[in-house]
Ligand binder design. Structure first.
Ligand code: PEP
Ligand code: MG
Length: 589
């Protein structure tokens, strides 16, 4: 029993340890078999009954998944049922059987090959997913053609096992996870956004994918460790390593339990001041996990991912579906949708952007949208339409001057007029806000804030522009200091002026997720903190462990200090002298 250690992509965190269960890789690849003309009708009947059986199977899996993972995860099965019930699929298979006088298995193989050829040339995540769905359905039909084989299900009983496979069809993942035997997953193939990965995450099953050749080493019954947090898999490890992972697992499970506990506690400081943690996300599917970590809504929905997923420009309907899903999943909590923030370091092939000498200062974010108004209006229409289904707010990135807000309002009102004329429903009073990321906008905040309903401070960019430090350049990262005295002053100004104007103000940059910075922001008057949801519990714990009064006093003191190091030392000392527990945040390591 050789010890094997492999590295892959951790797509669902946590550690699972146990017995390997290798499942056969799905694949069509059958041989061409001709049948006599007299057998054609019988073959078509065989195909029909296999399709019926597949339908019953999919309905069963759907119900199971709905019960254990919720309606949302079951939608995948709806997509498969739709493909299965598509009359043209059956008609094509029937035609192949009739014309070529071949078995149903071969007809499925032929149809699969045609789809593969059609989709292969399209390098697009959306189409890849559709192709995977079709493949999934064809395989199921094919398996069900052979009753004796499909009946030969592995009898796992109550055994808890770790599933190892080359790849896992989404419907197969749904059905296997649904039985409750699978405590971990390790696959040769796969990526973090596959349905299998999403499902594993939502069911809390540690999973590592992209291991390339784990199936070459895995034997049924051998011992395996799946570390979904660090993306590692270990087969037959020596006792010392086993023990090491056992204690890592215990730590992680304890941490997880504590996270869930914190998530349910109210978001208030020791002296009862309410604050609001929100989530920064890119996919509507992330909402349930964000809420379970304590997010009280989505404070920043980055829409760039919609473009990243697709080689061609996404249609209004594609935008609309994603925003509607987001709005519904968040409701009644708010979802702040930010319009496209392209350019800078985020460049997408669909737009054929010209190389700019200074991209961070070039045609990015709202500048790009205002230059490409058809594209911008398409996105605004989709967001407005989705606003009828939830609590949607519109957020505009990288505002530099007031004129841009006026132009945005003009375009927004044109889109609203058009929708009214078409009698399309939308939230007439959809709140609009701007991101403060350009120092010029921060300096003019008193004027800008009057034009909008809320402010969201993008500290990642604001610091980069204010300190003239490229946020992704390692050579100057030593200068990237969120606690630079000038940054503190600037943030104080923006937060105070927004509060004075009676407008909501949030920070959605990384600063909101860092305990020390978050405390300073609280002291400066901030109440809304939007961040990567995994950081919400630790920020919640930090803010819950202090009195606002203490933090405000400490904040007053730091305004007289000259360096970020002085600020950090002074602030920590002040807080700890009153609240010794303040920085004991929840961390795994
Ligand atoms: C920011 O700049 O702080 C921000 C939240 O936007 P992004 O990180 O997407 O540029
Ligand atoms: Mg930004």
């Amino acid at each position: 029993m050789d010890f094997i250690r492999l590295r892959g992509i951790g797509v669902s965190p946590g550690i699972a340890m146990g017995e390997i269960f290798v499942t056969e890789t799905a694949g069509l690849a059958v041989r061409r078999e001709n049948i006599p003309a007299s057998q054609v009708e019988k073959e078509i009947e065989r195909l029909k009954s296999s399709i019926e059986k597949t339908e019953r199977e999919l309905l069963e899996i759907k119900e199971k998944i709905k019960k254990i993972a919720g309606e949302e995860q079951a939608i995948l099965l709806d997509a498969h049922l739709l493909i299965l019930r598509d009359k043209s699929l059956f008609a094509t298979l029937e035609r192949v059987i009739r014309q070529e006088k071949v078995t149903a298995e071969w007809a499925l193989e032929e149809v699969n090959r045609k789809y593969r050829e059609t989709f292969e040339s399209i390098n697009d995540e959306y189409f890849r997913q559709r192709r995977a769905d079709i493949f999934d359905v064809l395989i199921r039909i094919q398996r069900n053609l052979k009753p004796e084989r499909s009946k030969r299900k592995e009898q796992l009983g109550d055994r808890k096992v770790i599933l190892v496979a080359h790849d896992l069809l989404p419907s197969e993942a749904a059905s296997r996870f649904g039985r409750g035997n699978i405590i971990g997953v390790a696959l040769d193939m796969g990526g973090p956004t596959s349905h299998t990965a999403i499902l594993a995450r939502s069911l809390d099953i540690p999973a590592v994918v992209g291991l390339h050749n784990i199936t070459a080493y895995a034997k049924n019954g051998d011992f395996i460790i799946v570390d979904g947090t660090d993306g590692e898999v270990l087969i037959n490890p020596p006792l010392a390593i086993k023990k090491e992972f056992q204690s890592k697992k215990e730590k992680y499970d304890k941490y997880r339990l504590e996270l869930r506990k914190i998530a349910r506690l109210p978001s208030v400081t020791l002296d009862g001041v309410v604050f609001t943690p929100l989530a920064n996300i890119e996919l509507p599917e992330e909402v349930p996990a964000a809420l379970s970590l304590g997010a009280e809504g989505v404070g920043l929905f980055r829409t760039e991912y919609i473009y990243l997923q697709s080689k061609t420009l996404p249609s209004e309907e594609e935008h609309f579906e994603i925003y509607s899903k987001l709005a519904r999943k968040c409701y009644p909590r708010p979802a702040y949708i930010r319009t496209l923030d392209i350019g800078g370091e985020k460049s997408y092939s669909q737009f054929n952007l010209e190389a700019e000498r200074n991209p961070a200062l070039g045609l990015r974010a709202i500048r790009f949208s205002l230059k490409n108004q058809d594209l911008f209006k398409l996105q605004l229409r989709a967001i407005l339409r989705a606003s009828s289904q939830g609590n949607v707010r519109l957020l505009f990135p990288m505002i530099t001057e007031l004129e841009e807000i006026l132009m945005i309002k003009e375009l927004l009102s044109e889109v609203k007029i058009e929708l009214r004329r078409r009698k399309v429903r939308f939230d007439e009073n959809i709140p609009i806000g701007v991101m403060i990321e350009v120092p010029a906008a921060a300096a003019m905040i008193e004027f800008l804030v009057r034009e909008v309903d809320f402010i969201s401070i993008g500290t990642n960019d604001l610091i980069q522009y204010f300190l003239a430090v490229d946020r992704s350049n390692e050579y100057v990262s030593y200068l990237y200091k969120p606690l630079h005295p000038s940054v503190i002053r600037l943030l104080k100004h923006v937060i105070e002026k927004s509060n004075e104007a009676g407008k909501e103000v949030a920070v959605c940059g990384e600063m909101a997720a860092e305990p020390l910075s978050a405390l300073i922001l609280l002291g400066l008057g901030l109440r809304i903190f939007s961040m990567n949801p995994i950081f919400i519990p630790r920020i919640k714990k930090t803010l819950r462990s202090v009195e606002l009064k203490t933090v405000e006093e400490a904040c007053k003191g730091i305004l007289n200090l000259r360096t970020s190091q002085d600020i950090e030392e002074y602030f920590i000392e002040k807080i700890l002298s009153r609240h010794p527990q303040a920085f004991l945040t929840t961390q795994i390591t």
